[in-house]
Design a protein around this ligand. Structure first.
Ligand SMILES: NC(=O)c1ccc[n+]([C@@H]2O[C@H](COP(=O)([O-])OP(=O)(O)OC[C@H]3O[C@@H](n4cnc5c(N)ncnc54)[C@H](O)[C@@H]3O)[C@@H](O)[C@H]2O)c1
Ligand SMILES: O=P(O)(O)OC[C@H](O)CO
Length: 326
């Protein structure tokens, strides 16, 4: 399976993915902001989102959706999760049934509780859906640093063909047949990274941060498994791999958001932290299914202003003693 690639969304992740894809073939990059598109084409930079990184000449940026999608075999969707449905709806008139739509966003739709693959299935039912997720900072991928992520589709053989077609020097794709697990891994790690940032910002120590990450992994696995994911998927790149990355680095915008919360700083004006929009719906889904997810619930309560950081930490430490792994 080979073919031209279109990337939708000229923010940090879309531009970084376009850089990687351009190492194999020409790529079109759609952005909604004419100034950003002009800068990419004329100056080979996207300063607001990627600083001074030099972008390859093989990227053709455009604000015209029809032009971006024309002749594309793979369409990489790199817009925020909460805008995915509107984006796809605008794309529908320009789609052909042979295009594979690859969600590269990490989040759960706030109003519906839908995963991005479900949003694709609902808005573009004639197209095959794939999800791409794993430990990958845009700045690293744009520079061509070694990165490995998972591409999952319901049909694992199709996923393998797509992973082969989209792997590039520096960007290695593993194939998977469990899109649900890959998506819950990517979405929930953002919520847990906010929690890890809070712990760091409050100065609670490296031991607490490690404990939070390990218990967060248990929680993420429990939630995803109850919703149909395979446990081994969560132990892979898109679960554990991404959790380790984002729970340990202030380069993560979700961690940075939590850091500010923990320090009592203003969070307005910070860059996109997808976990903020996902926390509440993730906590609700867990509650509706009777799944214990105390860290996710605490993050939702803190973000909604129902609970202070110190009270949340005390409540987590005071939970009944239980057997680990149950
Ligand atoms: N940045 C990363 O390192 C990274 C890595 C992996 C996955 N992701 C995921 O990719 C997704 C996008 O993140 P990002 O880092 O590119 O965010 P970003 O804030 O850097 O860029 C978002 C882009 O989406 C555009 N956008 C915003 N609202 C839109 C709308 N209503 N319609 C169309 N376009 C809209 C913005 O103009 C911008 O170009 C997120 O789900 C994120 O979790 C990001
Ligand atoms: O900056 P974050 O927190 O959105 O994390 C970026 C990527 O998801 C890391 O894999």
């Amino acid at each position: 399976m080979s073919g031209r690639v279109a990337v939708i969304g000229a923010g940090a992740w879309g531009t970084a993915l376009a850089c990687a894809m351009a190492r194999g073939a020409p790529v079109t990059l759609w952005g909604r902001d004419a100034g950003v598109v002009r800068q990419i084409n004329a100056e080979r930079t996207n300063r607001f989102y990627l600083g001074a990184a030099e972008l390859p000449g093989a990227i053709a940026a455009t604000t015209d959706l029809a032009e971006a999608l024309d002749g594309a075999r793979f369409v990489l969707l790199a817009v925020p999760a909460q805008t995915m449905r509107a984006m796809l709806t605008a794309m529908v008139p320009h789609l052909h049934a042979n295009m594979v739509l690859v969600s590269c966003a990490k989040g759960i739709e706030r109003d519906s509780g839908d995963l991005m693959s479900e949003v694709i299935a609902e808005t573009a039912p004639a197209n095959r859906a794939a999800v791409l997720s794993g430990p990958s900072f845009a700045a690293d991928v744009a520079r061509g640093l070694p990165t490995a992520v998972t591409l999952a589709m319901a049909d694992e053989k199709a996923a393998l063909a797509a992973a082969e077609a989209l792997s590039r020097p520096g960007l290695r794709l593993y194939a998977g047949g469990d899109p649900t697990g890959v998506e819950y891994g990517g979405a929930l790690k953002n919520v847990l990274a906010i929690a890890a940032g809070i712990v760091a910002g409050r100065g609670l120590g490296a031991s607490a941060q490690a404990a939070l990450t390990a218990r967060g992994f248990a929680e993420m696995t429990r939630v995803a498994e109850a919703l149909g994911a395979r446990v081994e998927t969560l132990a892979g790149l898109s679960g554990l791999g991404d959790l380790i990355l984002t729970c340990s680095s202030a380069q993560s915008r979700n961690f940075a958001y939590g850091l500010a919360l923990g320090r009592g700083e203003d969070t307005s004006g910070l860059k996109l932290a997808e976990g903020v929009a996902t926390a509440h719906i993730a906590a609700r889904i867990a509650g509706d299914h009777g799944i214990e997810a105390p860290i996710i619930a605490a993050v939702a309560d803190i973000l909604d202003g129902r609970l202070g950081v110190d009270a949340a930490v005390s409540a987590l430490m005071a939970r009944p003693i239980r057997v680990e792994g149950q």
